[in-house]
Design a protein around this ligand. Structure first.
Ligand SMILES: NC(=O)c1ccc[n+]([C@@H]2O[C@H](COP(=O)([O-])OP(=O)(O)OC[C@H]3O[C@@H](n4cnc5c(N)ncnc54)[C@H](O)[C@@H]3O)[C@@H](O)[C@H]2O)c1
Length: 338
């Protein structure tokens, strides 16, 4: 097992399976979101927690944060009716598990949870971040995440097109959610032609050009932005892609690491998701746990562009892939902590 510690508990109030996985505390306390999701079996939730907590170690380390990687999962079975009462009970139960780590892990919002849920979790643990602004927190992480992805886009464009300017570039955004929506605005304001896509048909009225979800990833464009779900870039899809550059906030975009080699072999520059999507984690952890000012935390979000530049430069210089170089960066930080 690569993880330092995993606790699985049957919630005493909710009766639901609760999982907290700490992958690494080498750089500092583990930090990562609290996911509430339906799984065929709770062990699928465990697999998710193991995978996602490891990815958080990479994200926090590559972003230069003194935090390790962790993740929580409240695993709902296929037939569980998640009433507001059950949700509250599960969040209180999970807070107790988080508290039992004595500060080795901090939880925040993730798929299926938001800042308001963190107010509930805080009733049983103080080790929680991303509270609403009305509760002294910094609110949603989407805005700094979108800024970080935008910086990654500009850094990538410099390497791929010779200029950070997005003016006249065609950018396809797959997933017009909290991050995708904000990013679309940044990219449009920078002068790009923006095409958007979402499985939620109501997003058609966003005002941007619309692409059907099943066509989005293959649509001819300069830059493809995966901003919906993970596991969208597979070996089968690579020959059908047409954008020379891919960068987006979606976590765990590759179905497996070999896809990074296939993308590089086709000359497609893929910016590793755990580098590009770190803006929210950077901002929230630095503000709420390390006490930095808005300006100080935002300057660290903007620095994601510098990290992307050095990863892409190293990949070119070493004839390697951006994924390999980003993982080397993570390894170097973890090794330095030993
Ligand atoms: N919010 C953050 O701060 C943050 C930080 C890091 C990473 N991420 C990741 O970025 C991605 C987007 O996050 P978000 O907060 O905007 O989520 P969100 O739930 O607000 O938005 C996701 C959007 O994608 C759409 N979608 C789902 N499946 C789709 C598909 N197959 N094709 C097209 N659209 C689809 C949904 O309808 C929704 O509009 C997620 O993978 C998330 O894990 C988010």
């Amino acid at each position: 097992m690569k993880h330092e510690e995993v606790r699985i508990r049957h919630g005493r109030r909710s009766g639901l399976p609760l999982i907290v996985a700490i992958h690494s505390t080498a750089l500092g306390p583990a930090a990562g979101g609290i996911r509430v999701r339906r799984y065929p079996d709770w062990r699928d939730g465990l697999a998710d927690a193991l995978r996602l907590s490891e990815a958080m170690t990479s994200k926090n380390a590559a972003a230069g944060l003194d935090f390790g990687g962790g993740k929580s999962v409240i695993a709902l079975g296929p037939d569980v009716d998640l009433t507001p009462e059950l949700r509250e009970a599960a969040l209180l139960d999970l807070g107790e598990v988080i508290e039992s780590f004595g500060g080795a892990y901090f939880g925040g919002p993730d798929v299926g949870t938001g800042p308001d849920d963190m107010v509930v979790v805080r009733r049983t643990t103080s080790r929680v971040f991303c509270l609403p602004e009305s509760q002294g927190g910094t609110g949603s992480s989407s805005a700094p995440t979108a800024v970080g992805v935008f910086e990654a886009l500009r850094a990538g464009a410099t390497r791929v097109f010779g200029s950070a300017s997005l003016s006249g570039r065609t950018v396809v955004i797959s997933g017009l959610g909290s991050v995708g929506g904000l990013l679309a605005r940044h990219v449009a304001e920078a002068g790009a032609r923006v095409l958007v896509s979402d499985v939620d048909d109501s997003k058609r009225s966003s005002g941007y050009e619309w692409v059907l979800p099943e066509k989005a990833l293959r649509t001819p464009a300069d830059i493809l932005v995966p901003a919906a779900v993970g596991g969208v870039l597979s070996a089968e899809l690579v020959p059908e892609l047409s954008a020379p550059m891919i960068v987006g906030p979606a976590n765990n975009q590759l179905t497996d690491e070999s896809v990074a080699d296939a993308l590089a072999a086709r000359g497609i520059v893929w910016v590793p998701d755990f580098v590009a999507s770190a803006g929210g984690a950077v901002y929230i952890l630095l503000r709420e746990i390390e006490g930095l000012s808005h300006a100080e935390a935002m300057s660290r979000v903007h620095a994601i562009g510098d990290t992307v530049s050095s990863v892409l430069d190293a990949a070119r210089a070493n004839g390697s892939t951006p994924l390999r170089e980003a993982l080397s960066l993570v390894d170097a930080r973890l090794a330095g902590s030993r």
